[in-house]
Write a protein that binds this ligand. Structure first.
Ligand SMILES: [Zn+2]
Length: 511
């Protein structure tokens, strides 16, 4: 079974004096966690046990009962009558931290040993191992969780929490702004989280579903539906269409208005540039135009969330089980004014963000797998015969390739279509081709070079390609090799500057 987890965040409504109680509760929780962390450090063998055994052993060490009247390190030294459930939550938190610390210490030791072995082998001048060892946490700032037993009467708009107020344990009633539990999810233990000066209730929720088959396996059945997504920088932010493996198109959706987003962002960036030119100097280490920057960040974040949610919604409405994107390629910064350059950079980052958000949202929507394909020439090839297309605007001569134009025509098979639609179909086909002709996306020398270049440029590396989590599959990873494959050109064209002699370029790589 596969799992999807997410967190529900609810703003709390409480009388003002409760804020101090919540602080006291969190402080106590962290003191208990720190106590148990030290306990575990003193008895390192505890980490060899599993969580349940570790918990029992730690309770025996610290908690006095009739059968165990004199524990070695009594918790009562710290604070009297801590509820058992509170103690257990703290023990679990401490065990988690201790395990994390011990494993980073272990890897550090391994690195040190490797370094020393290398030094003795090579002889000659010895370089000392400079990396510092990890240190245990100096301060603790964990949010206090509420396991079943210290919260009760959870209703739509309120719940009771057992909280240490600084002088006693008492049940406090807090009100929440409600949010419906999404279908099929189960609620975990909530925790009290402070965000600036407000307290929030975070509740993890979890859904289990049948593990989806790997992309390669799914593509062997003709009924599998693929949703291919083309992310643009211009008028349509995302264009998605659902197709079956045999190539039938079932639905298409155009999402967002990219021109409005980039216009709004460019205006804000322009205001920042003007403010800066009026100020003359900008203080070092101090954010200038903080409000405007915050606004830009929020707009980008909001749009990325909206668009990715819509993509996933569209895909699951049409029962697609795979989402296909293009790799992002490298960022080719535009020339021009400050606002223009920054705007294109941010639009590029937003595309990456939309992919990341769509990926986790798709997984949470019930195990839709996200995959990426090589972006090379997806908008330049005919989806029917793979020949180079003519791309033009309505009312203009039908010749050449105008980047960003709306229509396309294939000179070989007379296919006429929207250029965006053609591109999406190619994206979907790339994924299918991958299973049929595994050699097609093999990297070659050029791609390796492109990868190296992208490292120097710094900004444009497609990071998330390298650390794909959960839903990714070997098939998707294989595609990563093709990441650099011709990508710089592909992206440059997308962003406006035309390349000479496209047709001959195509020939070199595909024929
Ligand atoms: Zn054609």
């Amino acid at each position: 079974m596969a799992k999807a987890t997410k967190t529900i965040r609810q703003a709390l409504h409480y009388p003002p004096q409760y804020a101090a109680y919540f602080v006291a509760n969190q402080v106590l929780f962290n003191r208990v966690v720190a106590f148990y962390f030290d306990c575990i450090q003193a008895h390192e063998g505890l980490l060899a046990l599993n969580n349940k055994e570790g918990l029992t052993a730690l309770e025996k060490l610290t908690h006095g009962t009739g059968a165990n009247p004199h524990p070695i390190m009594p918790l009562t030294d710290l604070a009297p009558d801590i509820p058992a459930i509170f103690r257990r939550a703290a023990i679990n938190a401490a065990l988690g931290s201790a395990r994390a610390f011990s494993s980073s210490l272990k890897t550090w030791r391994a690195r040190k040993q490797k370094h020393e072995a290398k030094q003795t082998r090579s002889g000659g001048k010895k370089k000392p191992f400079k990396e510092r060892p990890p240190v245990p946490p100096r301060s603790w700032n964990k949010s206090a969780p509420f396991y079943a037993g210290i919260f009760r009467e959870r209703h739509h708009h309120s719940l009771m929490l057992k909280v240490w107020t600084g002088s006693c344990w008492s049940w406090l009633k807090v009100h929440t702004f409600s949010r419906d539990l999404p279908e099929g999810f189960e609620m975990g233990s909530p925790s009290l989280v402070r965000i600036r000066d407000r307290w929030w209730l975070h509740t993890p929720i979890e859904k289990t579903f049948e593990t989806p088959a790997k992309v390669v396996e799914q593509l062997t059945t003709a009924q599998t539906r693929i949703c291919s997504v083309d992310l643009n920088l211009d008028h349509r932010v995302a264009v998605c269409s659902v197709q079956t493996v045999d190539g039938t198109i079932l639905a298409t959706s155009f999402i967002g208005n990219g021109a409005a987003v980039s216009g709004c962002r460019k205006q804000l960036l322009g205001r920042i540039a003007r403010n800066r030119s009026q100020t003359g100097i900008i203080a070092e280490n101090e954010q200038d135009n903080a409000d405007l920057w915050a606004k830009i960040r929020h707009v980008d974040e909001q749009i990325a969330h909206l668009v990715s949610a819509r993509i996933v919604q569209f895909a699951s409405e049409h029962k697609a089980s795979i989402l296909v994107f293009e790799h992002l390629g490298n960022l080719q910064p535009e020339k021009g004014t400050y606002s223009r350059r920054s705007n294109s950079k941010r639009a590029y980052w937003m595309k990456g963000r939309m992919f990341r958000y769509a990926k986790y949202k798709a997984w949470q929507a019930g195990g839709i797998i996200t995959s990426r394909v090589n972006p090379r020439n997806t908008s330049r090839e005919c989806h029917r015969c793979h020949a180079a297309v003519i791309r033009y605007n309505q009312g203009h001569p039908v010749e050449g390739y105008t980047p960003g134009a709306a229509l396309c025509l294939c000179p070989q098979c007379q296919m006429r279509d929207h250029a965006d639609r053609n591109a999406r179909l190619r994206i979907g086909q790339r994924l299918i081709e991958r299973t049929q002709e595994p050699l097609k996306e093999k990297p070659h020398a050029r791609s390796q070079r492109a990868k190296r270049e992208s490292k120097d440029s710094g900004v444009g590396i497609s990071q998330d390609a390298k650390r794909q989590m959960g839903p990714s599959l070997p098939a998707a990873r294989r595609g990563d090799h093709a990441n650099g494959d011709g990508t710089p050109q592909g992206r440059r064209r997308r962003m406006g500057a035309p390349l000479p002699d496209i047709a001959s370029q195509l020939r070199v790589h595909f024929e």
